[in-house]
Design a protein around this ligand. Structure first.
Ligand SMILES: Cc1cc2nc3c(=O)[nH]c(=O)nc-3n(C[C@H](O)[C@H](O)[C@H](O)COP(=O)(O)OP(=O)(O)OC[C@H]3O[C@@H](n4cnc5c(N)ncnc54)[C@H](O)[C@@H]3O)c2cc1C
Length: 422
């Protein structure tokens, strides 16, 4: 008789595959269900096809979560170094680019390949094209009961739900993990798109579409500065994009959802010290008296931005600098550091890299076991934890997958963290 603990993992994304491999390493008999025809599809589009799978610059600052102490304890079970060791143990060479971790070959497909090969090597039953439609618990037998898309019923002693989120999927897709969690009485924290572009109704954006520049971007909610990020800002004809915008987007999305006033304020000269900036502006003013306003701005910012700045202040491009005067020129220069854009909404979930919100961390233990239903675990983006751009979300998928996998297999009792059992 097979006395291995029978574990089901629902969802074969980054977290589900990690959970399945870990549970199997710790002696469980694992079945992995995936509704798509192949496992780990999302991994292929990560990091622009290169898969940024972690980051050496690691701290709780990189994460949003309602219980950072618990989150920190979970990361202690499986850190960024454990991610490197894990992937190297299954044949993936890793490299760091300024701390950002990638497969050495810079192909996301390699990450998926080594995970798939490990699933096969460990003889983990992987059932693709089998979405789990509903789940329940048979109290008498102490078994979880899963019904798949063909109407077949499966039973297991432990269940790990790792169904991901609706981020980047077609409208209406990606909600089944939350429904399964709710069927066990769990509450779902409000879902909003994260790591996403922000939309604006400002008409001048039409003229700026396609422009990229270095900038500091501040996020103001109801007029109060809440956060700022520096990096490459990208203008689109409907709003703003780029890493600094992505990093601010989840906070902006929650505020927009609450119908609060959301604004970003751009400083196009983030590296310029105030006095040096004023000196440069004055010098240009004194030596450029015969220039037009348009000529005064040449070489400072992208021409399209210059034109929008002039228009916003009601200055004609052909007006002479002497005519405008120092006061007017200084107003213009100050507006380069204080360029406000009103935000109407984030782009929809279909465009987002992640989804903020999900199964609340207070409803699971540090081992990611449900506090209300023993033997039920959660992993990955389905939980109400999300990270900044830079490998932090895949790190969470691997960490939470490991924690759920080892706990479901009762591996924690062995106290052999990072064990590379084969
Ligand atoms: C374009 C893009 C780029 C990204 N780049 C990065 C990056 O470079 N670095 C980074 O850290 N993060 C990145 N992310 C985020 C990262 O990919 C996710 O946070 C991570 O993949 C989440 O893993 P997961 O296992 O929780 O969910 P998923 O990867 O979404 O996996 C969930 C799986 O469950 C399956 N499933 C759902 N419901 C059921 C069901 N009922 N039955 C059976 N199967 C089901 C789904 O089909 C899916 O395969 C990116 C995301 C996107 C969209």
């Amino acid at each position: 008789m097979n006395d291995k603990v029978k574990v089901a993992v629902v969802g074969a994304g980054a977290s589900g595959m990690m959970a399945a491999i870990t549970a199997s390493r710790y002696g469980a008999d694992v079945t992995l269900f995936e509704k798509e025809d192949r496992v780990g599809k999302k991994i292929l589009s990560t990091g622009n096809g290169k898969c940024n799978l972690g980051n050496l610059d690691f701290s709780m600052e990189q994460y949003y979560c309602r219980d950072k102490d618990k989150l920190e304890s979970i990361f202690k079970m499986f850190s960024v170094w454990d991610t490197i060791a894990f992937f190297e143990s299954i044949g993936l060479m890793i490299k760091s680019k300024n701390g950002y971790l990638y497969p050495y070959c810079e192909q996301a497909s390699a990450v998926l390949d080594v995970l798939r090969m490990e699933l096969t090597r460990r003889q983990i039953r992987t059932q693709t094209g089998k979405g789990i439609k509903s789940a329940g618990y048979r109290d008498g037998e102490k078994l979880f009961e899963l019904t798949d898309s063909d109407g077949r019923v499966h039973t297991f002693q432990k269940l790990i739900i790792a169904c991901g989120s609706p981020a980047s999927l077609k409208k209406g897709e990606g909600m089944s993990g939350y429904r399964l969690a709710e069927s066990f009485g769990h509450k779902i924290g409000r879902l909003v798109p994260g790591l996403v572009q922000l939309r604006s109704d400002e008409t001048f954006l039409k003229a700026l579409g396609g422009v990229r520049c270095q900038a500091k971007v501040k996020l103001l909610i109801d007029g109060e500065e809440r956060a700022s990020e520096t990096g490459e800002l990208q203008f689109t004809d409907y709003g703003v994009s780029g890493i600094p915008v992505f990093q601010l987007s989840r906070m902006a999305a929650y505020a927009a959802d609450e119908k609060r006033d959301v604004e970003i304020v751009v400083d196009f000269f983030p590296d310029q010290e105030e006095n040096a900036y004023a000196y440069m502006a004055k010098l240009r003013f004194e030596t450029g008296q015969d220039k037009t306003a348009e000529e005064y701005m040449i070489g400072l910012l992208n021409k399209k931005i210059n034109m929008v700045l002039l228009k916003r202040l009601g200055l004609k491009p052909g007006m002479k600098v002497r005519e405008i005067g120092w006061k007017g020129i200084w107003e213009l220069m100050k507006s380069c550091r204080n360029f406000s854009i009103h935000i109407s909404s984030p782009n929809p979930m279909e465009n987002a890299q992640i989804c903020a919100g999900g199964v609340r961390l207070e409803e699971v233990t540090t081992e990611l076991e449900s506090v209300s239903r023993k033997g039920l675990y959660f992993a990955g983006e389905l939980l109400d934890v999300d990270g900044k751009c830079g490998g932090y979300n895949l790190q969470w998928a691997f960490t939470s997958g490991y924690a759920a996998g080892i706990s479901a297999a009762d591996g924690l009792a062995e106290d052999v963290k990072g064990c590379q059992r084969c």
